[in-house]
Each structure stands twice: as structure tokens, then as C-alpha cells.
Design a protein around this ligand. Structure first.
Ligand code: DQA
Length: 151
């Protein structure tokens, strides 16, 4: 059966991203997750997309959201936080879904500690944006728009 196209994007944020604004601002900037979401809502409406933002500190909940996305969303944007570097469960969930996934990180993970250089998410994501702070989420929306309109 053909997938229904609704141009709906789900943005999943992983552990500690609820602390943006006060968490290591020298690395992650002063912007809060709510402010990033606001900008994404504006960008999405300009592009004719709808976007839903979620955040969880729990790996299993993120797995559930990835599994359920297929029924309600056309594309996923994920910043898995520290689970990026540890979670085979998130990788398996992404491999199992038909929904395309775009990986985002605020910081440039390749300029940081060695343990942040490897991403399990990248093994299955369509592409990855890192190092542009909160603006990376808007870049990911542009990428989502191009995937949705061209695929
Ligand atoms: C992060 C990078 C991760 O290494 C870190 O654990 C995070 C945030 C980023 O957005 O730069 O929590 O995903």
C-alpha cells in the first residue's frame, strides 16, 4: 500500500537536551530547546510542513517513538544526545522503520572527545548535520523538505 503523504515531521530530542540554555553554554550555546522549536515551527510553516517536537531522557521511549512514527509522520529528525554514541537499540529501531531519518547535533561531534566521533545513528540515517547549533535543526527541515518533495 502506498504511504499517505502529509508532510509531517517528527523531531526527537534525546537526553539532557531539555537543559539547553543552561547546559554547557560554551559548547551548546545559550538557546533553549523551546526557542529552537519556535524557529522550526516558523521554518516548517514557510515550507508547508508540520512539525512536532519531543524530548525524552529515556532510551526506550525514544525507541517507541521511532517505531510509532511510520503511522503518523513522513520523516524523522533526531538528535539522540549521548545515546548517539551508545545505542544499538536506537540504530535497530531506525533500521526497522521505513521513515527516513535525518541526524542532527548542535556541536561538531568530530571536533570533540574521541568517544563522540562514532555515531550509531549515522549507520542508518539518510544524512547528518552537526556543528551549526540550533540552526542545524532548520537545515534539517530544509533537507526533510527536499527529501519529501523529491523522493
Ligand atoms: C549532542 C552531542 C552529544 O555528544 C551529546 O551527548 C549531546 C548533544 C549535540 O547536539 O551536539 O547530548 O548530540
Amino acid at each position: 500500500m502506498e504511504k499517505r503523504m502529509t508532510n509531517k515531521v517528527l523531531v526527537i530530542n534525546g537526553p539532557n537536551l531539555n537543559l539547553l540554555g543552561k547546559r554547557e553554554p560554551d559548547i551548546y550555546g545559550a538557546e533553549t530547546l523551546a526557542s529552537i522549536e519556535d524557529k522550526c515551527q516558523k521554518r516548517a510553516s514557510d515550507l508547508g510542513l508540520t512539525v512536532e517536537f519531543r524530548q525524552s531522557n529515556t532510551e526506550g521511549e525514544m525507541v517507541d517513538w521511532i517505531q510509532q512514527a511510520e503511522d503518523n509522520f513522513d520523516i524523522l529528525i533526531i538528535n539522540a544526545g549521548a545515546y548517539t554514541h551508545t545505542s544499538v537499540a536506537l540504530l535497530d529501531a531506525i533500521k526497522a522503520t521505513l521513515t527516513p531519518v535525518i541526524e542532527v547535533h548542535l556541536s561538531n561531534i568530530h571536533q570533540r572527545e574521541e568517544f563522540r566521533h562514532h555515531s550509531f545513528i549515522s549507520k542508518a540515517a539518510k544524512g547528518m548535520i552537526c556543528g551549526f547549533g540550533g540552526f542545524g535543526y532548520e537545515m534539517a527541515l530544509d533537507a526533510a523538505n527536499s527529501i519529501l518533495k523529491n523522493d
